[in-house]
Design a protein around this ligand. Structure first.
Ligand code: ADP
Ligand code: ADP
Length: 227
């Protein structure tokens, strides 16, 4: 069963008088445990594709399944439950809550759930896993960009998602800091077989990716899989 399966997905944004076609019939299959990069010019539909996989956006036409679940029909609590169990999202702007410490930011996604689980212990473990032991009580403002992105990554992992979607996760980081974030994503991919999908403008990051997707003008031009 594919992790992600899109069939003829079209996305049209209708703003006032203007229509923007973001996706023009996308077909794509991603298998569980794959490590995928998506490249393409600005405006080619990369973010829209991630948002549709996460259920943040509905396709205008076509079908999207995530582990066999028809995401486009989900609403309300069902959509929230789907996202919780399946999707971890990492953004270019880390989106941490400034008034909360690192560990509090990591615990947030599981707050309303999981009374049977030691949330604190798990958040500690994840912060250790992303290399932030000792920084649990730091506020985002006391952390570097790379460290803030590590917190965001730990937060995304808190629900053991099957898929991590990362939209330009290194876009605000210098090269070596960004490379470390990618290394962490690779280790998560290897350790838990989490499917990882990264939108990036960075050729160095994409260079060694086992699955490379190239988009242009709302279409997938090419999917390259390393043999
Ligand atoms: P990329 O991530 O490759 O830069 P996007 O998915 O952000 O591409 O955008 C694809 C196209 O859809 C662009 O033309 C963009 O202007 C348009 N678009 C994206 N989001 C919206 C939106 N919320 N409303 C209207 N148009 C949008
Ligand atoms: P839960 O009770 O929330 O389902 P598990 O019992 O599945 O948690 O997880 C136990 C431990 O395994 C966690 O502390 C976590 O470190 C690790 N783990 C398992 N899967 C993942 C994953 N996909 N991402 C991060 N950590 C994971």
């Amino acid at each position: 069963q594919p992790a992600v399966n899109l069939k003829e997905v079209v996305k049209v944004y209708a703003n006032q008088s203007e229509e923007q076609v973001a996706l023009r019939g996308v077909n794509l299959t991603i298998w569980p445990g794959e490590f995928v990069t998506i490249q393409g010019p600005s405006g080619s539909g990369k973010t829209t594709l991630l948002n549709i996989i996460a259920g943040f956006e509905k396709p205008t036409r076509g079908k999207i399944e995530v582990f066999g679940i028809d995401v486009s029909t989900l609403k309300g609590k069902k959509l929230a439950d789907f996202r919780y169990s399946y999707i971890g999202f990492v953004f270019q702007q880390f989106y941490l809550i400034p008034s909360l410490t690192a560990i509090e930011n990591v615990i947030i996604p599981v707050m309303p759930r999981h009374t049977d689980f030691d949330k604190y212990k798990k958040a500690l473990l994840l912060l250790k896993e992303v290399g932030l032991s000792g920084k649990e009580s730091s506020l985002p403002s006391e952390l570097s960009g790379g460290e803030q992105q590590r917190v965001a990554l730990a937060r995304a992992l808190m629900s053991n998602p099957r898929i991590i979607l990362a939209d330009e996760p290194t876009g605000n980081l210098d090269t070596s800091t960004g490379e470390k974030i990618i290394e962490i994503l690779k280790s998560i991919n290897e350790k838990y077989r989490t499917t990882i999908i990264i939108v990036t403008h960075n050729d160095e990051i994409a260079k060694n990716s086992p699955v490379k997707i190239f988009m242009k003008d709302g279409r997938i031009l090419e999917v390259l899989r390393n043999a």
